[in-house]
Design a binder for this molecule. Structure first.
Ligand code: DC
Length: 199
């Protein structure tokens, strides 16, 4: 059975938390596609070569989830040849047997426009910055994190190739005022309803 859940949205909107919960609930495989770009950004050297030669070791290295890795990822993600090198892996993952959930920026628009469910998970920049800052153990200043979130939004949304964008048929979940539990339940309901139509 092919069943793809595409979850897109800006940094720290809750995509990862929702994706993991959905994967657990429905027994789907999960791919956090941001990790691919983070691994390329951290590898150094020529980013296109780094993307073409990405290994499972690169995806398991320390520091992939740091703020610095997110910044590096956002910079290499503007390069079309880097994006092209990562497409096949993501598409194969999306259409694997048993169902898959992928979270990123362009899953519903570019990687898997035929996904059975497309969610666009978002929240205000202030809320997302606060979450990132709390996650980082209140390390550094909240204002700095907010500036980084805004800069990343601008870069991810304005790039020419596969910018951050909701697919026209995506369902938007704005988690600004939501608890994690509520957001997860909302996503589960949408997916369960779609799965029932495929049975
Ligand atoms: O979701 P994240 O914070 O791990 O993503 C890090 C960066 O990688 C993000 O700023 C943009 C890029 N990215 C992308 O361009 N396309 C994706 N599908 C996932 C991430």
């Amino acid at each position: 059975m092919h069943f793809t859940v595409a979850i897109d949205g800006p940094a720290a909107a809750g995509k990862g938390t929702i994706s993991r919960a959905i994967a657990r609930e429905f027994g789907f495989a999960h791919l956090d596609t941001g990790l691919l770009y983070r691994a390329v950004g951290l590898k150094g050297g020529d980013p296109v070569q780094a993307a073409r030669s990405l290994s499972s070791d690169d995806l398991a290295r320390d520091g992939l989830r740091s703020l610095a890795a997110g910044e590096a990822a956002s910079r290499v993600a503007v390069l079309s040849d880097v994006r092209a090198a990562l497409v096949d892996f993501q598409r194969d993952f999306a259409r694997r047997d048993g169902g898959a959930v992928l979270d990123g920026r362009d899953i519903g628009t570019v990687i898997c426009p035929e996904a059975e469910v497309k969610l666009f998970v978002t929240a205000s920049a202030e809320t997302r910055a606060r979450r990132r800052w709390l996650e980082a153990g209140e390390d550094g200043s909240y204002k700095e994190v907010l500036a980084q979130v805004r800069a990343r939004d601008a870069r991810d949304s304005s790039r020419a190739d596969a910018p951050l964008l909701a697919a026209p048929d995506a369902i938007t979940l704005d988690t600004t005022e939501w608890t994690v539990t509520y957001a997860i339940e909302a996503a589960k309901e949408i997916i369960a309803a779609r799965l029932a139509t495929c049975a």
